[in-house]
Design a protein around this ligand. Structure first.
Ligand code: ADP
Ligand code: 5GP
Length: 195
């Protein structure tokens, strides 16, 4: 039977640089990474497309899928905005021997770790400070000031979860953070290959 892949869970307060770092890691073919596309009831922003960053569904459709047991985990990350990891995505990729990357919130990360144990690595990316985080969100210019305030409030809460993660990387200088994340992920993937 083909070797099953492993799960790499990456969490960070929104605006920290998580997508930037994940996209960079995905470019490393030797890691054999596949991104699990989550389902969300929030609206697409910027250039986002259905089936690329997320599967965008209505709140009613999200609820239907939750009741049908289609999610490994799901959370109401922001009020009235649900996000969930699809079993179909993760199981298909793992069975194909790919290493699956999940970009999910801190509570979801804990739930995946509980479900998959040693087959999952949880990595938390921290901003150097809350002020830097606000500047990055403002510079990204994809959210209204009200949404930025919501994200900052949530960031302060999420940062208290850092000690629960297997590894933590501070994204101050981007290249340094990327290299550190690569070293951590590579060590985990190589360890699983030998196991
Ligand atoms: P997230 O996925 O965590 O919400 P993004 O990857 O979209 O965050 O990054 C938020 C913004 O910060 C983007 O405009 C990105 O280019 C920028 N950014 C990421 N890392 C750094 C860094 N180390 N220094 C300065 N800006 C950064
Ligand atoms: P955004 O709206 O910025 O795309 O995502 C907001 C938050 O939802 C981020 O912290 C992101 O990691 C999280 N998220 C995305 N998909 C999922 C998911 O499937 N499950 C959980 N629990 N969180 C998710």
């Amino acid at each position: 039977m083909a070797r099953q892949g492993v799960i790499i869970v990456v969490s960070a307060p929104s605006g920290t640089g998580k997508s930037t770092i994940i996209n960079w890691l995905m470019g490393h073919g030797e890691l054999n990474l596949a991104f699990s596309i989550s389902c969300t009831s929030r609206k697409p922003r910027g250039t986002e497309r259905d089936g690329v960053e997320y599967f965008f569904v209505s709140p009613e459709e999200f609820r239907r899928r939750a009741e049908a047991g289609e999610f490994i985990e799901y959370e109401e990350v922001y009020r009235d905005r649900f996000y969930g990891t699809l079993k179909s995505q993760v199981d298909t990729m793992l069975a194909a021997g790919q290493n699956v990357v999940l970009d999910i919130d801190v509570k979801g990360a804990g739930n995946v770790k509980r479900a998959y144990g040693d087959r999952a690595l949880t990595l938390f990316i921290l901003p150097p400070s809350i002020e830097t985080l606000r500047r990055r969100l403002e510079a990204r210019a994809t959210d209204t000031p009200e949404v930025i305030d919501q994200r900052i409030a949530r960031a302060e809460f999420e940062m208290t979860f850092a000690p629960k993660f297997d590894c933590v990387v501070v994204n101050d200088r981007l290249e340094q953070a990327e290299e550190e994340a690569l070293r951590i992920v590579k060590a985990f993937v190589d360890g699983a290959r030998r196991a």
